[in-house]
Design a protein around this ligand. Structure first.
Ligand SMILES: Nc1ncnc2c1ncn2[C@@H]1O[C@H](COP(=O)(O)OP(=O)(O)OP(=O)(O)O)[C@@H](O)[C@H]1O
Length: 235
């Protein structure tokens, strides 16, 4: 298994005159990494930089074995492509990423079932619920057989049952992919589900293990939330 997903060296980036990152350096280890931060802290921007959708204005980003090509990305909002069925959309996304058309169709059949959408495979995309759309997003990301799966807030906006289901599904698929980087606002889950925690705030990043993260606050209610406030206050 690769030991590092990516290394950022002195990366700067801005959309407008206000910089989002200034000389940010960071090592993202392989395994399961949670990316947390306040709204607007730059999680999606960091993901876009990692996946090559955006280019840094200064500094460099190097990737582990396989480079950017071995990463796949599930965006926050999953588009429902007009007129396509679930299976067709997953196949189309895999094909767009360079998988041959026959292999894309084979993988789509497989992954649509693996994410629990077998019964909806021939349903039109526009008829899906929010939870089903996320599953299509996950199937589309995994159909390219990535070494690294990057998911941008995969459970945002889902009801508690759907959140649990989605989280369990990711756990059940964990061994299929070498590494996961998941942006989330659910600070409770980072304690149980991840090996590394990245916290973004004020253009800076804090990095540590879940126990380092929790270690900053005593036991008690909302500990993971209090730890978030404590970690970000020190940044
Ligand atoms: N295309 C864009 N043009 C200009 N500014 C942008 C653009 N995309 C994002 N921003 C700004 O960059 C900052 C970081 O946004 P980003 O979406 O990366 O944050 P985030 O941590 O993912 O937020 P959230 O938790 O709300 O999804 C925000 O201030 C946002 O308004």
């Amino acid at each position: 298994m690769i030991s590092t997903i990516a290394t950022l060296q002195d990366v700067s980036f801005s959309y407008t005159r206000r910089p989002i990152f200034t000389e940010l350096s960071l090592n993202i280890s392989s395994g399961r990494t949670a990316l947390v931060g306040e709204n607007g802290a730059g999680k999606t921007t960091l993901i876009r930089l990692l996946t090559g959708v955006l280019q840094p204005s200064a500094g460099s980003i190097s990737h582990g074995a396989g480079g950017e090509a071995s990463m796949s990305y599930m965006p926050q909002v999953i588009p429902a492509l007009r007129g396509l069925t679930v299976e067709e959309q997953v196949a189309y996304c895999a094909w767009l990423q360079g998988v041959s058309s026959s292999e894309s169709r084979r993988r789509a059949r497989l992954w649509v079932k693996r994410v629990g959408l077998g019964d909806a495979a021939r349903q039109k995309m526009r008829t899906l619920s929010g939870g089903q759309l996320r599953r299509v997003g996950l199937a589309s990301a995994l159909a390219t057989s990535p070494q690294v799966a990057i998911l941008d807030e995969p459970t945002a906006g889902l009801d508690p049952t759907q959140q649990m289901r989605f989280r369990d599904m990711i756990k059940s698929l964990e061994s299929e992919v070498g590494s996961w980087l998941i942006a989330t606002h659910d600070v409770n889950e980072i304690v149980d589900d991840f090996d590394q925690v990245l916290v973004l705030a004020s253009g800076r990043v804090w990095s540590g293990s879940p126990s380092d993260y929790l270690g900053s606050v005593p036991e008690g209610p909302m500990r993971a939330h209090r730890a978030f406030i404590e970690v970000t206050r020190g940044m």
